[in-house]
Ligand binder design. Structure first.
Ligand SMILES: Cc1ncc(COP(=O)(O)O)c(C=O)c1O
Length: 399
């Protein structure tokens, strides 16, 4: 099928929700993608921080194929082995006590919101329904999660919205503290705001937020949909801060590209749901869980952790070198999630288009930022090649 035909079909039949790049991929191998013309691209987007083991990674492909031959779906009316094995693996390798599986980041967050509210109901505590979120956050597209998201453009057209969400400026501890009134039951934050420009929580901010929540008996929910599963060089980004959130959400990289979401909780919070309180037809299906087990196995290899650490240093170093250009306003991030913010004189989407022409995929993020979230398997040679290409583009940027 040729690309023109694909575009015609899409334009006619698909709801116009996406601003797509003029490109269609047919397959991938390692950290490379190939389009309908056979052109090769080195991928620094990983399907927006999803394809953490790159493309056609043999153990992942084999696990999916072998599970598909046995059982793709069975529903949660019955037990299934990959699901219980994944639950054990996640819990035994974390500070959490229980997990619930869904199919996306938004669903994982929706579950976290319901779990927090149910926690108080179960304890017989009333009037703690409010959830404090951050301005510029992103938590998903369901009605509750787009309301939790601190950007009106994602929620305003869909009013009336669910009640009980309050937004305070990110990285502003005084504002957070002032918002923690008696009716607040939970604080929900991203440890790095990915969509709005790869903005990490400062160490003091997150540690103080955690301490204050603990002191006031307010739950801390961390949305690690983008930052979890090794993306920042640790299994969970919160480990960089030495804190212990009550609830954490995962999705994106968790099954290396197969849709999955997970909500993990600690202690009493983890015991809040009873049978019938929450559910999912597809959540925790054997196919997604078999894929996720491959990712978990890979993350437990010390050589892989060492690889992520050295690739991260290389990426940070190469991006920092680009600060020699005055229009590079900032470089920030952790692990293999970095943002390079450009001054308003240079448009990020233009740079992304020029990089694509040269065979490199980079994503955009808010604040006129280039977002780098490659497969965790990205090599130092690929990082160097990308940085050299960006250097050439910047050298020819006339401002
Ligand atoms: C931090 C964060 N939370 C939630 C979501 C929503 O995830 P999904 O698109 O899988 O629903 C995203 C997606 O980009 C995200 O980055």
């Amino acid at each position: 099928m040729d690309f023109e035909k694909i575009k015609q079909q899409e334009n006619k039949y698909y709801m116009p929700t996406f601003n797509r790049a003029n490109i269609c991929f047919t397959h991938g191998e390692g950290n490379k993608l190939y389009d309908t013309l056979g052109k090769e691209y080195t991928d620094f987007t990983a399907g927006i921080a999803v394809n953490c083991l790159g493309y056609n990674y043999p153990p992942l492909v084999e696990a999916i194929a072998s599970q598909a031959k046995k059982l793709i779906h069975i529903s949660n009316l019955y037990y299934n082995e990959p699901q219980s094995e994944l639950a054990e693996t996640l819990i035994e390798n974390s500070i959490f006590s229980r997990v619930f599986f869904s199919n996306s980041g938004a669903e994982a967050n929706e579950c976290a919101i319901k779990l927090a509210r149910k926690y108080y109901v179960k304890k017989g505590v009333t009037g703690k329904h409010k959830i404090v979120c951050a301005v510029d956050s992103f938590h998903g597209r369901t009605l509750a999660t787009c309301t939790a998201t601190g950007q009106d453009k994602y929620s305003a057209p869909f009013a009336p919205l669910p009640e009980g969400f309050v937004h305070v400026p990110y990285n502003d501890f005084a504002a957070l503290k002032a918002a923690l009134t008696d009716d607040v039951g939970a604080v929900m934050l991203e440890p790095i705001q990915g969509e709005s420009g790869v903005v990490p929580a400062s160490y003091d901010y997150l540690v103080n937020a955690y301490a204050l929540c603990k002191q006031k008996g307010i739950l801390l929910i961390l949305d690690e949909v983008q930052t979890g599963v090794g993306r920042t060089g640790k299994r969970y980004c919160f480990e960089h801060y030495g804190i212990q959130p009550d609830i954490v959400t995962l999705a994106k990289g968790l099954a290396g590209g197969v849709p999955i979401g997970a909500t993990l909780a600690r202690g009493e919070v983890a015991e809040s749901f009873s049978a019938g309180d929450h559910g999912s037809t597809f959540g925790g299906n054997p196919l997604a869980c078999a894929a996720a087990l491959v990712v978990q196995k890979k993350l437990s290899e010390p050589e892989f952790a060492a690889h992520i650490e050295s690739a991260s240093k290389r990426l940070q170093d190469r991006l920092m070198q680009l600060r020699k250009y005055k229009f590079v306003a900032d470089v920030r991030g952790k692990g293999l999630l970095f943002g390079l913010q450009l001054s308003p004189k240079v448009m990020n989407v233009e740079v992304i288009g020029r990089a694509r022409d040269k065979g490199f995929l980079i994503a955009s993020a808010g604040r006129n930022t280039l977002r780098f979230a490659p497969p965790l398997t990205i090599t130092e040679e690929e990082i160097d090649a990308m940085a050299k290409m960006l250097d050439e583009i910047f050298a020819n940027t006339n401002i």
